[in-house]
Design a protein around this ligand. Structure first.
Ligand SMILES: [Fe+2]
Ligand SMILES: [Fe+2]
Length: 212
């Protein structure tokens, strides 16, 4: 494994923020469980929560391993804390469609792109763990695909007020834009282009919900 010393703090920071995202994904999936009595959805949310828990542990261990001496931990990452409040609010309103959009479309869509890019970065730096990386990517992809399928299904069944959800979608997308802005230094450090992430995220949103 080869990492330039100047990169260790940045990699630790990136992994720490991903760990926060994984916690959000896990807690969200557990909350979603209470919003449906459909066995297929309950099974999925249970399995997703277990997988996100595993992802979080992987990233927390990686931070502990990689963080340089004197590294100061983040207490919270504000855009993700905001995202969590929005999801909690949707859960209180028992708006399953909004939570699917937030958790499985936006958060998982974001995770999918981030994991794909990390995979490239780790390969370039000669990291091992290919099997683990492949498994994580496969799982994030499956979480995102589930959200796309279920939202489509709920729409077909007439359970979604498309215009209302479109308005809510704008807010979630604004939070991800905010996250990208706050991560600007990290993007620069790794030579990544935030615009590419933004574009991919938008492409991952069903066209009927995509903000203009
Ligand atoms: Fe995850
Ligand atoms: Fe996930």
């Amino acid at each position: 494994m080869f990492i330039k010393p100047v990169e260790t703090a940045s990699i630790a920071r990136l992994f720490e923020i991903i760990g926060i995202g994984e916690r959000l994904a896990e807690e969200g999936a557990r909350r979603q469980l209470a919003l449906t009595d459909r066995p297929d959805m309950q099974r999925f949310f249970r399995q997703q929560a277990a997988q996100e828990r595993f992802h979080r542990v992987v990233f927390e261990k990686a931070v502990a391993f990689i963080a340089p001496r004197g590294y100061s931990r983040l207490r919270e990452f504000q855009p993700l804390a905001h995202f969590q409040r929005l999801v909690e609010d949707a859960c209180e309103r028992r708006d399953l469609a909004e939570t699917l959009f937030a958790q499985q479309i936006v958060l998982e869509g974001f995770g999918e792109v981030v994991f794909e890019r990390i995979d490239v970065g780790m390969t370039e730096r000669g990291f091992g763990l290919e099997t683990l990386r492949r498994a994580l990517r496969r799982q994030e992809h499956a979480h995102h695909q589930f959200g796309l399928r279920k939202l489509h299904e709920l729409r077909q069944l007439g359970y979604i007020d498309v215009e209302a959800l479109k308005c809510r979608a704008v807010e979630y997308v604004a939070v991800t834009d905010q996250a990208l802005e706050q991560l600007a230094d990290l993007f620069t450090c790794f030579g990544e282009d935030p615009a590419m992430y933004r574009d991919r995220l938008h492409e991952g949103i069903p066209h009927w919900l995509r903000p203009a």
